[in-house]
Structures are given as C-alpha cells and as structure tokens.
Design a protein around this ligand. Sequence first.
Ligand code: 5GP
Ligand code: ZN
Length: 136
Amino acid sequence: MADDDCIFCKIVAGELPARKVDEDEHTIAFMDIAPWTRGHALVIPREHTRNLYEAPAETFEHVGVAAQRLALRMRDRLGCDGVNTLNSCEPAAWQTVFHYHLHVIPRYDDDPLQLPGKPQDPSDEELDAVTEELRG
Ligand code: 5GP
Ligand code: ZN
C-alpha cells in the first residue's frame, strides 16, 4: 500500500516528477536528484516498504534484478569502470527516504568518491565474541 507521506510513492504514482530510466512490473529506476557520480540512479519497488528490516523477500529479487540490468546499461552506455550498489537502513546507517531503495552508482577510475569507512583492527577475542553473538 502506498504511504501518503512518502515521496517515492508519489514518484511511483506519477504525482511527483522523476527522471525515469527503467521500469518493470515490480520496480522503477530514476536518477538521484543529488548524484554522487554521473548516472547515479535509484531502484525502488513500486510497493511501499520501509527498508531492509521490513521488505518482503521477493523485493530483494525484484530490485536486485533491476539493479543488475541498470548496472550493465551504465557499463555499456556510460562507459563506467565499475558500479557500487548501496542501501541504507535506518538513520544510523544514513537512510533519509523511508521507502526501500538501492542506489546504483556508476564508478569511474578518476571519480572523487572515497571509502566512507576506515578498517578497524579488533583483537581475536573481540572477533570471536561478535562471531558468537551473530552465529545463527
Ligand atoms: P538515502 O539517503 O535514503 O539512502 O537515499 C535517498 C536518496 O534519494 C538521496 O540520495 C537523495 O538525493 C534522493 N532523493 C531525495 N529526494 C528525492 C527526489 O525528490 N527525487 C529524486 N529523484 N531523488 C531524491
Ligand atoms: Zn513509499
């Protein structure tokens, strides 16, 4: 169900403009309004769902397949040298629009993006502890 306050639902409904580049039964893709690189796009499910925590399993197949299609098109038409896909879940992880989406970001050998994180150097004990906490 669409969320009345969600800008991406409004884009799906055609109530807000977007530079669409792709669509299928389950997804649409459009240019990010504030791109990190030339061609930076977002793939979203048509169906409203908040984020990684809440999306039904099939969302990931639908969005993943659409993202691959777009990445190949970026490679072939924009001549990018690589692609990042990025998803943010909740504000602590930088999510700002609460309708699940995957950023598909073409990368160029000479683009200015940098890794956002610095590798840490935890002890073996700490790695063992977190492994225990997470093991399913
Ligand atoms: P998030 O920060 O949730 O991972 O990603 C939200 C993205 O949506 C941001 O990169 C932002 O630039 C983009 N965005 C926000 N509002 C709009 C809009 O109205 N139209 C489009 N095309 N992109 C938007
Ligand atoms: Zn929505």
